[in-house]
Ligand binder design. Structure first.
Ligand code: ZN
Length: 323
């Protein structure tokens, strides 16, 4: 089941106090802006052997059911140069072996629909206040998640990123300053992704293999640059709109409504007040576990894509779970 990606896109926003102002000269778009987000369909051969061919002929409009028109993607010539270059020195000996999950040549929205496993993902951190609270809940429930961190915040709070990593979670790339990447030049997009990967590697000693574009906004150029930099683009298909502070019970309800086998759940540990997200998390985890789901990281979800499950009957049941 698809969720309303546009809700996420309008919240995880540049107006949030934790994100820098848009780059001067860069076209700023409103909350209701319609975006053309192109999904590139690659052949199995390409995905398997690492060669990528991007074609707009196979375009697909992200959240197209919410669109009334399709607008062409425009790109600013402004270059979003990272605010500063990470200067951190490697201080951590990785406690985890690097994940050797194969890079996907297409954006991942969800995992294996035949397996009762789901992935919690948290965007827009690290946050000096909320991330540690999220980590405490995850640790209490012995759950591993995937954090898509913003580069300049990684540089500001490397200890929090190390805490994420050392606790067994996966750290992914969420751009340097959280711009809408489809408005940037190819070189600016590349800079946003590359500088963040460097910052994460500096913080935890391991280069990220996953990338999530801010607002879920992507096009041919974003996907091509991400692929060339060695990261798999990861989206989601279960969002609670937790950024809009709808209330703890609503966050829980929405996730339980959208969840299904292989679901990638989008929540936020940064970018604003995330108290409701933190408060919803224990109930969410307990309820989903009671329903038979297990929590995995995105690399695990990818590794399990080709796995056929003997529990297909369970998956059918889970796909219709409601509260
Ligand atoms: Zn975000």
């Amino acid at each position: 089941m698809r969720t309303d990606f546009r809700k996420e896109a309008s919240t995880c926003n540049m107006a949030a106090p934790h994100f820098p102002a848009p780059v001067p000269g860069q076209r700023h778009t409103g909350l209701g802006k319609q975006r053309t987000m192109i999904v590139i369909i690659l052949s199995a051969t390409i995905a398997m052997f690492g060669s990528i061919t991007l074609t707009t002929d196979a375009s697909w409009h992200y959240a197209s059911s919410h669109r009334t028109t399709s607008t062409p993607v425009s790109r600013s010539t402004a270059v979003a140069t990272p605010a500063h270059t990470p200067t951190l020195k490697p201080t951590l000996t990785p406690t985890q072996a690097p994940v050797h999950t194969p890079q996907l040549g297409y954006p991942l929205f969800y995992g294996n629909s035949h397996l009762p496993e789901i992935a919690l993902t948290f965007d827009d951190g690290p946050n000096p206040y909320y991330t540690s609270q999220v980590l405490a809940v995850l640790q209490q429930h012995r759950v591993k998640a995937t954090f898509f961190d913003v580069g300049y915040l990684v540089a500001d709070y490397p200890n929090i990123v190390r805490q994420e990593y050392n606790q067994g979670n996966v750290v992914g790339n969420h751009s340097w300053s959280h711009p809408e990447l489809t408005l940037l030049s190819a070189s600016a997009i590349r800079s946003q992704i590359a500088s963040t990967s460097t910052a994460i590697q500096t913080a935890i000693g391991v280069k990220p293999t996953l990338f999530r574009p801010p607002y879920g906004s992507m096009n041919h150029t974003v996907l091509a640059e991400a692929y060339s930099l060695g990261v798999t683009t990861v989206l989601w298909d279960a969002s609670a709109g937790d950024w809009s502070l709808p209330g703890v019970s609503v966050i829980v309800y929405r996730i339980l409504h959208y969840v299904h086998n292989g679901a990638i759940i989008l929540l936020h540990d940064g970018g604003g007040n995330r108290a409701q997200t933190v408060a919803a998390l224990p109930t969410l985890i307990s309820t989903l576990e009671n329903q038979g789901f297990s929590f995995v990281t995105i690399p695990q979800l990818i590794d399990d894509l080709a796995t056929s499950s003997p529990h297909s009957g369970v998956s059918k049941h889970r796909a219709t779970t409601r509260i």
